[in-house]
Design a protein around this ligand. Structure first.
Ligand code: AMP
Ligand code: GLY
Length: 311
């Protein structure tokens, strides 16, 4: 079997490292890949957003499965393009990748289906957001609606900081068009855990838990990032937490997406906060985490291709 991986980070290296172990696979390509991936797979100089070239390459090489690792091409609809061309792909279609692509969408979904998450309001203009802040309590959390490399979240301790945050997200467009809408959310405290799940549209299987170091600086200081490092399992993800999440979060999310006519196939990454009132969803990602994939996938015992094909 021939596999193409789309992306070029540590996550795609981790995916490639897992796939090398599969007895079913005899050739792995990665677009665009990186130097580390180049040691175990053939890197091809095609960017992750060059959909025409990716589809043409997959056809020409008769690729049996394309795995889309990154958020941008998933949210942009690469899986739709591949499937429409008669090619097999692993990852959500565009109408399901919105679970990560729009925080306003995911918050509304959680509210509609009673999935535990922080209280919030969505805004599509700065004036309403600034007015709302006048009666808010602090700290408060501002989130650009769209993709921002994990950096579109600002935790603001004072009204002034929050006002500056709204301006930089919605008016100065610090995160580009990701800031056309925004979510303002209740600040939660607790331990954070990342849980990756394989999803086939109806059911899910949980991978082992992980935790990433989010802040840019030493001593857990500075701005949020997509993750500066990671470890697995999380000692805070107890059996009790696992049971709660299975009952109220994982299946509920898969069911909600199916009920909305957006069946999710691929990996749902649950970013959880273990609060005093129980686990709550911080965010969803529509893919393996990076860096989380780097500590979770090496510990997976079964053949990843079997699981992806089953999905
Ligand atoms: P997100 O991209 O939504 O996961 O947010 C990035 C990071 O910001 C999270 O991993 C948390 O560390 C922090 N964060 C996001 N939402 C909240 C919240 N409601 N309360 C406290 N911290 C948050
Ligand atoms: N490490 C968080 C993410 O992949 O978004």
């Amino acid at each position: 079997m021939k596999v193409l991986i789309v992306g070029g980070g540590g996550r795609e290296h981790a995916i490639a490292t897992s796939i090398v172990k599969s007895s079913k696979v005899d050739k792995i390509y990665c677009a665009p890949g990186n130097a580390g991936i180049g040691l175990i797979a053939e890197c091809v100089p095609i960017g992750a957003m060059e959909f025409d070239k990716i589809v043409a390459f997959a056809k020409e090489k008769e690729i049996d499965l394309t795995i889309v690792g990154m958020d941008d091409p998933l949210v942009g609809g690469l899986v739709d393009r591949l499937e429409d061309a008669g090619l097999k792909a692993f990852g959500p279609r565009k109408n399901a990748a919105i679970l990560e692509g729009s925080k306003a969408f995911s918050k509304d979904l959680m509210k509609k289906y009673g999935i535990p998450t922080a209280a919030y309001e969505n805004f599509d203009n700065a004036e309403d957001a600034l007015n709302y802040l006048k009666t808010a309590s602090f700290p408060i959390v501002l989130k650009a609606d769209g993709l921002a490399l994990g950096k579109g979240v600002l935790i603001c301790n004072t009204l002034e900081e929050a006002q500056d945050g709204v301006k930089s997200i919605m008016l100065d467009k610090q995160f580009g068009t990701a800031g056309n809408r925004m979510v303002i959310e209740e600040f939660m405290t607790g331990r954070e855990v990342s849980v990756l799940t394989f999803v086939d549209g109806n059911t899910y299987r949980v991978m082992t838990s992980a935790q990433d170091h989010k802040r840019a600086g030493d001593g857990d200081t500075g701005l949020n990032t997509g993750g500066m490092g990671t470890f697995s399992p999380s000692p805070f993800y107890t059996e009790e937490v696992d049971e709660f999440c299975k009952k109220y979060i994982y299946q509920a999310t898969v069911d909600a997406m199916a009920a909305e006519g957006r069946p999710f196939v691929g990996v749902i990454f649950f970013g959880l906060m273990l609060t005093e009132d129980g686990p709550k969803v911080l965010e969803y990602n529509a893919r393996f985490g990076d860096p989380e994939a780097q500590v979770v996938l090496p510990r997976m015992k079964n053949d990843i291709i079997d699981v992806m094909e089953a999905c």
